[in-house]
Design a protein around this ligand. Structure first.
Ligand SMILES: Cc1cc2nc3c(=O)[nH]c(=O)nc-3n(C[C@H](O)[C@H](O)[C@H](O)COP(=O)(O)OP(=O)(O)OC[C@H]3O[C@@H](n4cnc5c(N)ncnc54)[C@H](O)[C@@H]3O)c2cc1C
Length: 363
């Protein structure tokens, strides 16, 4: 079956659906290829509540709202930080992704349940995709690669795989926490963190590491530390480590995890998947691909670089992570961190203020 479209989007996760919505709203003919419409992406599902207004996402998608976060240092110091008005909303990813795809469809995007197999061409593309019953040949002027951390588009184009680290996570039912908890310690999350987040009728619990071989042992240690005896189904998945080196190859634009747009240190990816997709879509609408990189860099580059520095400094070892938790006892540091992380302030002034504040404390 041969179909023509203006833009083909590969992947119907947060990045793909957001790009589709923006493009369709602006009158472009758009197809989203999604290989599994029932897919539940392994994810804590936490994102700032402000994102719902920014992207006009219905509040029905929110399963829980947390008003505080808890930091637990390697030595067990516990710190509760009130989020003020920047609360974190928790979504269930299967449902959230479906809602975003529905919104894109309402704006006129077509969703095709098929898997990307191949891409031919340079300035006009022919894409081969396989559905349960059909083999599709799709001709498109633009492609948005929103196919996640294991991006097949990258493989087809011969690009190197995304730098990433490993996570292991479980959903456990009938255990409840009120807030998002971030646990630090080299015994279970060297150079990373472990988490316990509220979820729908349970919790999402997990840990991260750069070494896949040790991940189950780290997770067992974390479960022991938290004191949980119940088990769910373990899922191992990768999270990109941001490099900022891929925006497009000709008229193929990469958005979300396929481009590695995940905030260093916090590893927040849903918001940045949607925002990068919006910028990619706007560049396509303007028929000026280079606008994507320009817009993304002017809004986020400094913040991402700063977060890389903070990650390298604070997640170096237990001593530095202990310091990360202890400086957050100060009200002015809490305010500055929340502005940077959840309110997404990125003006040069606010970043400089943050650097000065932290720098003075660490002297
Ligand atoms: C354990 C874990 C916890 C996390 N917790 C959080 C959190 O609490 N908050 C947060 O903000 N971020 C979190 N993240 C990161 C977040 O999940 C990702 O950054 C986000 O999902 C990226 O969205 P995306 O649309 O770019 O990619 P994805 O969500 O991965 O979507 C890609 C889509 O493409 C489809 N696809 C892939 N290949 C093909 C193909 N060949 N053909 C057709 N379709 C294809 C997939 O089925 C999928 O639907 C977490 C990640 C992990 C691993």
């Amino acid at each position: 079956m041969t179909i023509k479209t203006h833009t083909l989007i590969i992947g119907g996760g947060p990045a793909g659906s957001t790009a589709a919505r923006f493009l369709a709203k602006n009158g472009k003919d758009v197809i989203v290829l999604e290989r599994n419409l029932n897919y539940i992406k392994p994810c804590g599902g936490g994102l700032s509540i402000n994102s719902f207004d920014e992207f006009e996402i219905p509040y029905d998608a929110i399963k829980k709202t947390t008003k505080s976060i808890i930091l637990v240092s390697p030595s067990g110091q516990r710190l509760e930080i009130n989020l003020k008005d920047n609360n974190i909303a928790i979504v269930e990813r299967g449902e959230f992704d479906r809602i975003l795809r529905k919104q894109a469809e309402k704006c006129g995007a077509r969703i095709i349940n098929a898997e990307l197999k191949d891409i031919h061409g340079k300035s006009k593309y022919e894409i081969i995709a396989e559905g349960e019953r059909n083999l599709y040949k799709i001709e498109a002027e633009y492609i948005v690669a929103a196919d996640g951390v294991n991006s097949k588009t990258r493989t087809i184009l011969g690009l190197k795989p995304i730098k990433s680290f490993f996570t292991i996570s479980e959903y456990i039912s009938d255990i409840f926490v009120d807030n998002c908890e971030f646990w630090f310690g080299s015994s279970h999350a060297p150079n990373a963190y472990s988490w316990v987040f509220p979820a729908n009728n349970g919790i999402s619990i997990g840990t991260g590491t750069f070494s896949q071989g040790t991940i189950h042992a780290f997770f067992d240690k974390f479960i022991q530390r938290v004191g949980i005896n119940k088990h769910g189904i373990r899922k191992v998945y990768r999270i990109p480590v941001w490099q900022g080196d891929l925006f497009n190859i000709d008229k193929i634009l990469f958005a979300g995890d396929s481009a590695g747009h995940v905030l260093p240190l916090t590893y927040e990816g849903i918001y940045y998947a949607m925002k990068s997709a919006e910028y990619a879509a706007r560049a396509i609408i303007d028929n000026k691909v280079s606008n994507y990189k320009k817009k993304w860099k002017s809004r986020f580059q400094k913040r991402f670089l700063l977060m890389c520095k903070l990650r390298d400094y604070f997640l170096k070892n237990d001593e530095s992570t202990e310091r990360l938790v202890s400086i957050h006892r100060r009200a002015e540091i809490q305010d500055a961190s929340l502005r940077l992380w959840l309110a997404k302030e990125s003006s040069k002034g606010s970043l400089m203020d943050y650097i000065k504040l932290i720098g003075n404390l660490l002297k």
